[in-house]
Design a binder for this molecule. Sequence first.
Ligand SMILES: Cc1ncc(COP(=O)(O)O)c(C=O)c1O
Length: 388
Amino acid sequence: MTETNQIIKKIQVSGIRRFDEAISDVPDIIKLTVGEPDLPTPEHVKKAGIRAIQQDFSHYSPLMGFQKLQVAASRYFNQKYQLTYAPSEIITTVGATEAVATALLTILNPGDGVLLPTPSYTSYAPVVAMAQATLIPIDTTHSGYKLTPADLAATIQAHANGHLKAIILNYPTNPTGVTYSKAELLALIAVIRQAGLLVISDEIYSEITYDQPHTALGTLYPEKTITINGLSKSHAMTGWRLGLIMAPQELINEMKKTHQYLVTSTSSISQVAGIEALTNGLDDGPQMRAIYQQRRDYLVTRLSEMGLNYVYPSGAFYLFVQVPTHFKGTSWDFATSLAQQAQLAVIPGSAFGPTGEGWFRISYAASQAALREGMNRLATWLTEFETA
Ligand SMILES: Cc1ncc(COP(=O)(O)O)c(C=O)c1O
């Protein structure tokens, strides 16, 4: 075989996708796996997309996206979270995925250190590796799956001689659903500021926050925060591929180049739909949030009745649940057995890194009927397992 890039060779397709594909052939399977809204894109947004096709939005947009979209995003995030990014400080990307990649590839030099609270979403570590930077995980399993200022300070101290460049934060968090209060963020920022780190703040689930208002990190540490957001989750638009990077102008000017040579620009049609979502869709997210919240409340009740240990989620649409201790095997074995024997698919915790082992993730971006049946199957299977 032709010799290909050594770094890419070591990277795998994410555990989420690999597991999902592995169990897709199980007949009558209920999938609570992939994190994408089951709800439809709002009607007014779809219509804007249709109009865009009819009006021949079939050409390139400017590199950073249509100016109207930059203006709409600037206003939207100001109204929602008091962020103050100027339109020129916003790049429209191919989903939050490209936003993360563009941000990391722009700021990192080979050998730079990047802090990451774990378990974490799957797309950060591979891009850090592509940039030949060093990922420094911080285990949050002993602190309620939240990064503490003390652990952060200790990790920074332990790497005082390295080239620490940045920290990646993601809240509400995939895979646990935990989030941070303003006071908790301020305490973390005090440590981060002291160390002079850049923050990549992935707030793609900002709209899906149940128990407290979402605090945007860019309001607390504007000078060094790169905010990642987008319409995938807030407006159920995963397939439209619309993400956003918001950051100080100097950083944006650099990121614009990376973005250009990766993708040129995102789909013009999607951008027109995005303008509609960000201009007239301020209530779309809260309406969906109310549905997810009902599902969360239902699931935590069911899981508690089964005696399962889980992380109480305050946002996103995930529940992180401990594999029952009497199950002998890895989380991958557990999820495989559950899929094959009970026709219920969940994601093994190890997909989110070594600190996710022993747990599994349920996505409740699925219909109430699927959740009810899924929980029935889980309960029956666990009972059969215990009595076997
Ligand atoms: C934390 C987090 N960031 C980014 C993404 C990617 O979002 P997008 O579909 O907009 O690329 C996801 C998707 O699940 C996610 O969970």
